[in-house]
Design a binder for this molecule. Structure first.
Ligand code: NOJ
Length: 590
């Protein structure tokens, strides 16, 4: 059993709510969510019961990749507000007892970042070019890229500049990778951490944390081409030239010194798609402190996959020195979990293909069973939120939103879909980034261009008009008319809604589980192969008690252990049995 939480380790059991700012809430009517919108909705977040918010990038950007192409790391995109708006948002969050985490993108900058513009001007061999990864091409006149690597968004991973050199980019060509062997890069990011910490930020989410260290020089790039592709992120033997390299940890040890300049020390969580056995290295408390465990997000809705995800998550955390598990069902990069659970549950290795295929064909290849998807998403949140450690919720997950698969291709923003040569094979991630519905009665009319989408109003995402009285712009991604049933105000008044369930789950979690200060104990309860059940120490009405979470994946209802039922995700059977695809929370009889 772990020591009580102190002020410094608030993050160990935090419920963190991810905001994708451009799609959260628009206050000025330009169709893009803004920082003031987050401030306006702080009460909603407080009522939901979250401990922290994580903001995806809100910095100046040309939006080649939804803001993950940063032009200036120490400013707010003028379309989203000002630094004053940011400070007001942080004050409102702290006033509501909510911490603020911002997203840092250290693997690449925007091609409009001052460093890259200087690199272009300065020419080959210059100090400015050394901040990025420039190489000469192959072929008689260097007209071929240094090797045949493909970028993660499709198309070549090398782009040629006017004087003939090529630069490397894992993602879009507007996102050149920086060279972490260059001291200026270290200074730029240390200054960035201090800047936001001085503005009251409590922590950082580190984008592509497993990709920063690169070694393109030990072997010739051509030889590296086939065996070590950009796509192969697994690095068991330390030999990948770009993923999960051992020296990436030196960078995080250096950052930790900066985080520890503050009191309490600044928190960081790494996005590192590494093998579970390597996660703990990033999560070490002399490095980032925490790392995302994506095993839930990768799992199908079946008992074996889900159990494995939990076991691996707990094991990964147990290997660390003082970190905790993290649990993630969805984020801005993956199809929404209510949809995933309603699509055919094929074996795991084919699963991504099912969701991708379904999206690619505008949601028409497979039947999306929404009733089933919702039922399972409800069961999932109980199973997840009782676990020890920290939980990440992606905006709209608490409303039970489904993926929007049929956004017309000409309205897509994701470079996966619109900016690469793979346009016909990947529809991208916009279906989970559609602006949120807040007000059911602010109902749009069927759009002239597609009657399934709305036009003229935005379910309260934008105001009716701008400050000058002219009507607001349309939301930057179109909202489907079925969003009406998921509007936050409607769900807030409905005792059976997903929002009501999330609110009760978070309230119970805080009172019964978080309050114990124990962030890692868990005992399995053996209730058969089709059931995931565990117990944890709890506090109930001031006394020590035992909490249990039970999820039934099997067709037959099961008898619950003896105790007081606190919450269920679905109605129990007449005899009190827990039916299929349902979870219950209980306090066990002693
Ligand atoms: C991971 C982010 O979550 C994703 O949205 C982005 O496209 C890539 N990193 C590149 O920054």
């Amino acid at each position: 059993m772990t020591a009580n939480n102190t002020h410094d380790d608030w993050w160990k059991q935090a419920v963190v709510y991810q905001i994708y700012p451009r799609s959260f809430k628009d206050v000025n009517g330009d169709g893009l969510g803004d920082i003031a919108g987050i401030t306006e909705k702080m009460n909603y977040l407080k009522t939901l019961g979250v401990d922290a918010i994580w903001l995806s990038p809100f910095y100046p950007s040309e939006l080649a990749d939804g803001g993950y192409d940063v032009i200036d790391y120490r400013n707010v995109d003028p379309r989203l507000g000002t630094m004053n708006d940011f400070d007001a948002m942080v004050a409102a969050a702290h006033g509501s007892g909510i911490k603020v985490i911002v997203d840092i993108v250290p693997n690449h900058t925007s091609d409009k970042h001052r460093f890259f513009q200087e690199a272009l001007k300065a020419g080959r061999g210059s100090a400015a070019r050394d901040r990025y990864i420039f190489r000469e091409g192959r072929g008689k006149n260097g007209e071929l890229p240094p090797n045949d690597w493909q970028s993660l968004f499709g198309g070549p991973a090398w782009e040629r500049v006017d004087d003939g050199q090529w630069y490397f980019h894992i993602f879009a060509k507007e996102q050149p990778d920086v060279n972490w062997k260059n001291p200026d890069i270290h200074e730029e990011f240390k200054e960035t951490f201090r800047f936001w910490s001085d503005h009251g930020v409590d922590g950082f989410r580190i984008d592509v944390a497993h990709g920063l260290a690169k070694d393109f020089d030990s072997e010739s790039l051509e030889q590296l081409g086939a065996e070590f592709s950009v796509q192969n992120q697994e690095n068991r033997d330390g030999r990948s030239p770009m993923w999960d390299r051992p020296e990436v940890h030196d960078i995080y040890k250096e950052w930790r010194q900066v985080f520890n300049e503050y009191n309490p020390p600044r928190f960081a969580v790494g996005e590192a798609w590494v093998i579970p056995e390597h996660q703990y290295l990033y999560a070490s408390t002399d490095e980032l402190g925490q790392v995302f465990n994506f095993e839930f997000a990768k799992s199908n809705w079946n008992v074996d996959d889900m159990r494995k995800a939990i076991v691996e998550g707990l094991d990964a955390a147990a290997r660390t020195n003082g970190s905790t598990s993290t649990w993630v069902m969805s984020n801005h990069d993956i199809p929404r979990n209510a949809t995933r659970y309603g699509l055919p549950q094929v074996p795991s290795h084919e699963k991504h293909q099912v969701a991708k295929d379904w999206l690619l064909r505008d949601g028409k290849t497979y039947f999306e069973d929404r009733k089933l998807g919702t039922r399972r998403a409800r069961a999932a949140v109980l199973m997840e939120m009782g676990l020890p450690g920290s939980v990440y919720i992606y905006q709209g997950e608490e409303l039970g939103l489904f993926e929007v698969p049929d956004i017309p291709w000409n309205r897509l923003e994701d470079p996966n879909a619109s900016r690469t040569k793979q346009a016909a094979s990947d529809k991208g991630r916009d279906g989970c980034r559609v602006p949120l519905p807040w007000v059911a009665d602010d109902e749009p009319k069927p759009a002239s261009w597609d009657k399934n989408f709305g036009e003229g109003a935005s379910f309260g995402f934008s105001p009716a008009s701008k400050a000058d009285g002219t009507p607001s712009e349309a939301p930057h991604l179109p909202q489907p008319l079925w969003f009406k049933d998921f509007a936050a105000d409607k769900e807030a008044d409905d005792p059976t809604s997903m929002l009501t369930l999330y609110r009760s789950v978070l309230k119970n979690r805080a009172e019964l589980l978080t309050a114990t200060g124990d962030y890692d104990s868990l005992d399995w309860l053996d209730m058969g192969d089709d059931v995931i059940a565990y117990t944890r120490p709890a506090i109930y009405q001031g006394s020590a008690s035992t909490f249990a979470s039970v999820t039934n994946f099997g067709a037959a209802p099961i008898a619950l252990p003896k105790g007081r039922v606190l919450l269920t995700s679905a109605e129990l059977a007449e005899d009190g049995g827990l039916p299929q695809d349902a979870s219950a929370w209980l306090l066990l009889d002693e």
